[in-house]
Design a protein around this ligand. Structure first.
Ligand code: ZN
Ligand code: ZN
Length: 410
């Protein structure tokens, strides 16, 4: 792989993604297969003045052995030292980088109940850290790096090394690491995303009507004083960062009890090493009241039943059909990429920052304002090239937001 592009990638992640400050600590979560790139990021971070870089290695093959062979009771346990670990790094204001690169089908023959219990145990213990992250008290960034298993799923007809090479090409292009000056390119890109954010915010739509020929027919109310966000975000300490690289979305929070109708997924969803495909959900007053899935029904059921909030929506994100990742025409089986090629929703927790003055609100006030809460936040895609979205204003006017999958809002 072209060394210069890899260095560009590491640098843009440190400078623009995390906006790592002098003397700041960086915590990286990385699959062991991505060690080379994790080390390059660590080197780059020190070159840019990091105080310390610590890495949490993960190994999903080992996780699979555990899921298949460990005694059943351990899946409801999660050690408290992990909470203490994050508390320590939260307290010293560390930045967090996650490398997401899972094999989309690795856990296909694992009991989904064990995975969901194990996730629930982890999310419960790490709740405070996750809340700090989702309310931008921590600066964080999610990126991806190819692994052989993932690349072979995306390009099944290619030999392993060619598949990895193709996936690297797609990733480096998507994060603009193939340009002369990726840091400058990202600044321009963020400005472009902000123009749609500003337009959407100025309308303060009461609701959005979403339709396409796949069968999606949904009305989503938006909370009073909701905010659309996109591109970069600002941490509570006033420092910009980019939570996902790539990112092509603008997003807000649906009103917790204000979602009605049916959504038909337009892409498969890789949820923790399991594929959910060909699926639909029907909502009444915000809640999933019916769902179907031709693949992964049991996994989807476990997800929706994680807790009360997992059956409600926490994100509405708009991505034009004509956009760089979508135009690659690659199904990535990785949410970070697929969500940035398609309009999507998320089941579960909403980002509190999607409403004005959320930092002064209690959990109860956020719920009252329509911001959903859950241990999970899982994106799934519904965008298509014939998607139509109409915004309904407070006065009842209908404004075209998207037509044939692309923004038409003025
Ligand atoms: Zn999103
Ligand atoms: Zn999301």
């Amino acid at each position: 792989m072209n060394n210069c592009k890899l260095k560009n990638y590491a640098r843009v992640v440190i400078k623009k993604g995390l906006n790592l400050q002098k003397n700041q600590t960086l915590v990286i979560s990385s699959p062991i297969e991505c060690a080379d790139f994790a080390r390059l990021v660590a080197q780059t971070a020190y070159d840019e003045g990091a105080r310390q870089v610590v890495v949490r290695w993960n190994d999903e093959l080992l996780s699979k052995i555990t899921y298949k062979s460990a005694p059943d009771e351990i899946f409801d346990e999660f050690p408290d030292w992990q909470r203490v670990y994050f508390e320590h790094y939260d307290n010293i204001d560390a930045a967090y980088l996650s490398i997401a690169a899972s094999d989309p089908e690795l856990f296909a023959d694992v009991d989904p109940g064990r995975i969901s219990r194990s996730n629930k145990a982890a999310y419960t213990v790490l709740k405070e850290h996750s809340e700090r992250t989702m309310s931008n008290q921590n600066r964080w960034c999610v990126i991806s790096v190819p692994t052989v298993a993932w690349a072979k799923k995306v390009f099944p007809d290619l030999a392993e090394d060619q598949a990895v090479e193709r996936l690297w090409d797609a990733i480096l292009k998507a994060v603009r690491a193939d340009t002369q000056d990726p840091v400058a390119e990202w600044s321009l890109h963020i400005d472009r995303l902000k123009t749609n954010v500003e337009k959407l915010n100025s309308y303060q739509f009461k609701a959005m009507q979403i339709k396409n020929s796949l069968g999606t027919d949904l009305e989503i109310e938006l909370p009073n004083n909701h905010l659309w966000l996109g591109g970069s975000e600002e941490s509570t300490k006033g420092i910009d960062f980019i939570a996902n690289m790539p990112t092509e979305e603008v997003f807000t929070a649906p009103k917790r009890n204000g979602v009605n109708g049916k959504v038909v997924a337009s892409m498969p969803l890789n949820y923790n090493g399991n594929l959910i495909d060909d699926f639909t959900m029907t909502f009444k007053d915000g809640k999933v009241v019916d769902f179907t899935a031709n693949t992964g029904y049991e996994v989807l059921k476990q997800l929706i039943e994680t807790d009360e909030g997992a059956a409600y929506l926490g994100e509405l994100a708009l991505v034009p059909h004509d956009s760089p990742i979508s135009n690659m025409n690659i199904l990535f089986y990785n949410t970070l990429f697929d969500e940035n090629a398609s309009c999507h929703l998320a089941l579960g927790k909403a980002y509190p920052v999607c409403i004005k003055d959320s930092e002064d609100m209690t959990a109860e006030e956020l719920k009252e304002a329509g911001i959903n809460n859950s241990l999970v936040h899982v994106d799934f895609m519904f965008g298509t090239k014939d998607l139509e979205i109409i915004g309904i204003t407070e006065a009842g006017d209908r404004v075209a937001v998207m037509k044939e999958g692309n923004f038409v809002i003025d």
